[in-house]
Write a protein that binds this ligand. Structure first.
Ligand code: PAF
Length: 292
């Protein structure tokens, strides 16, 4: 496994792999790799010949008051994990190479970037789309793997890839959860014991909403009300949003008919947690059948 920090060197390795007819996969990450990331790496490994994991804490997706400075950086440990998972290259560039002086080009996916997390983090997805666009141009992947945990990010990246005509498959891997249901995240390590206990309510709220759907409830308002009742309990101190939206357009729905995303963002102390549950067409079909 190679650790590459230089853009030109990464591009040359990607060119060589492509010339040799190899299928390149990219797993973009900000490091602090946990089992959730490693499940993306595993999926990517199975679907390519040449596997690149990028590790870069992208300043452009953090607002000035956000947690850029305390975002965990664990490169040595990440290297070990990647080596064990058969990664070919870790691409870990530096800020001065990704955003040199006079840097001024940004990619913005309009509409999709402004709702849900985008409402309280107005520059976040512009930062994400920009860095992912740059990584696509540097690593030249045939396939890029993202996690369903960041559901909105996956929708934004799919839109950007289609709109900019990149011939890249965007794969989305399922959410990995702790035993009690908490979605794995690099930010979980910031939770106090008390906050960690409360954090499990996010998944409980989503599961309850799905159970209500199973009982035949189709009103988004009722599902949101139930999720709010659960989340408002005790240790979680601030709700950013609890939303029920169309899975691809991220538009609010009032009645659940097609593919739907139940999504929430909640603060446990200073730590902002997000989670979601995708209600696919198949889920709705089996719920309807059980109801009959
Ligand atoms: O999901 C993440 O870790 C980041 O948003 C990504 C995609 C690596 C871009 O910085």
């Amino acid at each position: 496994m190679e650790l590459v920090v230089d853009v030109t060197e990464m591009q040359a390795l990607a060119d060589k792999a492509r010339l040799e007819g190899e299928r390149i996969a990219l797993v973009p990450t900000m490091g602090a790799l946990h089992q959730g990331h490693m499940s993306l790496v595993k999926l990517a490994r199975e679907r390519c010949d040449f596997l690149v994991v990028s590790i870069y804490v992208n300043p452009a997706q953090f607002a000035p008051e956000e947690d850029l400075d305390i975002y965990p950086r664990t490169l040595e440990k990440d290297e070990e994990s990647c080596r064990g998972a058969g990664v070919d290259v870790i691409f870990a560039p530096e800020d001065k190479t990704m955003y040199p002086e006079r840097y001024s080009t940004y990619v913005n996916v309009e509409g999709l970037s402004e709702v849900l997390c985008g409402a309280s983090r107005p520059t976040h997805f512009r930062g994400v789309s920009t860095i992912v666009a740059k990584l696509f141009n540097i690593v030249k992947p045939h396939i890029a793997v993202f996690g369903q945990k960041d559901a909105q990010q996956a929708v934004v990246i799919k839109r950007m890839t289609a709109d900019l005509n990149w011939d890249i498959e965007i794969a989305v891997a399922p959410i990995l959860r702790e035993e009690d249901g908490l979605a794995m995240s690099s930010r979980n390590r910031h939770l106090s014991a008390q906050e960690r206990k409360g954090a499990v309510l996010l998944h409980q709220a989503l599961s309850e909403a799905k159970a209500l759907l199973g009982e035949g409830e189709r009103s988004a308002e009722k599902l949101k009300k139930r999720m709010k009742e659960i989340i408002s309990a005790k240790t979680l101190n601030r709700i950013d949003y609890i939303s029920v939206v169309e899975a691809d357009s991220l538009r609010d729905v009032s009645e659940i008919k097609g593919e739907t995303l139940l999504a929430l963002a909640v603060y446990a102390g200073e730590t902002r947690l997000i989670d979601n549950m995708l209600i696919g067409a198949d889920d709705l079909k089996s719920i309807n059948e059980e109801g009959n």
